[in-house]
Design a protein around this ligand. Sequence first.
Ligand code: AHG
Ligand code: MN
Ligand code: MN
Ligand code: MN
Length: 335
Amino acid sequence: MSKPNQTLGEFIIENQSDFPGSSGELSRLINSIRLAAKVVNHEVNKAGLVDIIGAYGETNIQGEDQQKLDVYANNKFIQTLTNREIVCGIASEENDDFIRIEGHKRDHKNKYVVLMDPLDGSSNIDVNVSVGTIFSIYQRVTPIGTPVQKEDFLQPGNMQVAAGYIIYGTSTMLVYTTGHGVNGFTLNPALGSWYLSHPDMKFPEDGRIYSINEGNYIHFPQGVKDYIKYCQEEQGDRPYTSRYIGSMVSDIHRNMIKGGIFMYPKSSKANNGKLRLLYECNPFAYLTEQAGGKASDGFQRIMDIKPAELHERVPFFCGSRKMVEKAEEFMQKAE
Ligand code: AHG
Ligand code: MN
Ligand code: MN
Ligand code: MN
């Protein structure tokens, strides 16, 4: 239930009853994410004025040159999520292995694991295009103490208890779900408060925007090529509009508001595509389904995929249900 312009704090308290039996840890976890988001937002908004843009000088396990803001955001979220006796471990795009959080006691029962992309769209930092943070939350499976990768981190997306993103754009928004729909909160930087600006967000069932890096066209599978041609045909409400800015947080956020499909398929250059299952595709698949949309790898539901590795990549089709189903039709026909 929501009231216009409710603050995030009021919203969390009002919806605490959604978690019978929980003693409020998940709410406190969301609260710590919103605190870290404010700190990172402050730095993102100063990028260019302070020494926070440009390369950090290291490459991450993805083989990408880490940007200073990648590392800054990563450290801030890890710092904020640690020592609150809620999280037992964190997996991040920027860390090879997951981070173990020792509670005050060795056999602590901190019950959640967090997987995150601390700064999404790093290639856009230096050119002042919006970037984001993506998070995915699970309850741990092992009972106590240090979490175990296979049981606690490699869970299928359908076991998520919460997921969301922050978009550092013309305004800063926190959009998240705990399985009861999707709600968007806009930060009032003057007051440091988040206000419910987008209650119960819904993916339009159909749309006219397709988002894909067409520079890879010749490397795409035939089904993707056929779907792109379908989007460009003069027929009915087509040709569609092509919109792609290289930050999946921004591309999917726009498509959720306006209707559209976002695709990062496999290609002859990247056999499983580029996007990471655990901290990019699963959280967006959860949000998309909660908003009435669809998310698949072109053949199967993203959230049913059983992860094998922390940083594994999957082909990704996400957005308005009818558009994703049409794209899947082309993928399956071309198989
Ligand atoms: P990240 O900056 O976290 O590494 O993710 C970037 C991702 C995603 O945000 C975006 O949609 C995609 O990379 C763009 O990739 P291309 O430049 O290959 O199109
Ligand atoms: Mn990256
Ligand atoms: Mn990313
Ligand atoms: Mn990233």
